[in-house]
Design a binder for this molecule. Sequence first.
Ligand SMILES: Nc1ncnc2c1ncn2[C@@H]1O[C@H](COP(=O)(O)OP(=O)(O)OP(=O)(O)O)[C@@H](O)[C@H]1O
Ligand SMILES: [Mg+2]
Length: 367
Amino acid sequence: MPRLSYVEGKLRALIGRTAKPQGTSDALSVHLRTISYFNFHTLKKATKNFHSNNLLGSGGFGPVFLGKLGDGQLIAVKKLSVDKSQQGEREFLAEVRLITSIQHKNLVRLLGCCSDGAQRLLVYEYMKNRSLDQILYGKSDIFLYWKARHQIILGIARGLQYLHEDSHIRIVHRDIKASNILLDDKFQPRIGDFGLARFFPEDQAYLSTAFAGTLGYTAPEYAIRGELTEKADIYSFGVLVLEIISCRKNTDLSLPSEMQYLPEYAWKLYERSRLIDLVDPKMREDGIVEKDVMQTIYVAFLCLQPHANSRPPMSEIVAMLIRNVAIVETPTRPAFLNRKRRNDKKLSWDTITDGFPSPLQSDSSSK
Ligand SMILES: Nc1ncnc2c1ncn2[C@@H]1O[C@H](COP(=O)(O)OP(=O)(O)OP(=O)(O)O)[C@@H](O)[C@H]1O
Ligand SMILES: [Mg+2]
């Protein structure tokens, strides 16, 4: 591919300045094999000048376009909305190189990047079956039977385990949700957008624009006190598992009041011993192994525990999902949004705090 010669020059110059390659050419070739530098013109051509017909969607980091390279390979190009003054080219490429070094079969592969003037673009492999939100929220005709859904849940858990525990840099994803789970041609899940927060020096800048949209996935300690650890991802994973099983959004204000917030509704059903009602009716018709589905819902409840330390690490979650470890604990009430007033459609921090004891009130008796 023509882009490689350009890569080489660019990267050789950068690596020479930023890293100290040991044994020179070997160290260099490792980097060159894992990252490509794309020419802006190539990406412009591949995406038909970033035409709206090629727009796959738009998130908090910028729009994503479908592209086709000269050799026929399909790519997804993310145009980052980063102000050049905030991050220089060298830092950008250093971050891209770091993210590219994180590789796992359940993470979307970053093919390369482009930096042109103020433009910063990331190039990913295109995932044929797009993102999980399209399937869960009824925008596609694809139906996933239980075994496929279990595979997806397990794959996401393994990807997260790698990010949290096994990769050489510890990465908290911060935005685990259905639209960030992409599906390959065999419906194997791949987590997208990991490490993207690294491009945004001011964390708040991203949160203030996209926070409302992902509130339903946010762990209480992160939402209230800004405490971000991998346990926040684990909470979001718990919400996502309930979405995958019930095939609905975590928040849906068009539903009857008691069903609007998924974790809250799930817990109500659990208390009434009616958890089976949570399961996507289509999947029930198709046939499920009830015991396995229930076990998976229990795992979700463990992920949703109000206190971050009570949520199991991803390695334990993976073990529970493959049933190497039996769940002995009875789940306790998860943390979820609580509404004070019935018709109050606006969620506020207060309403979350209701269900989440602050350590500042640690002298109050816990229930
Ligand atoms: N590699 C990819 N292959 C196929 N489709 C993709 C790919 N990456 C993103 N998309 C599509 O583009 C849409 C927008 O992605 P984007 O990551 O910008 O937004 P988001 O996931 O909704 O929000 P966030 O900014 O929080 O990640 C996704 O919903 C997905 O359908
Ligand atoms: Mg995304």
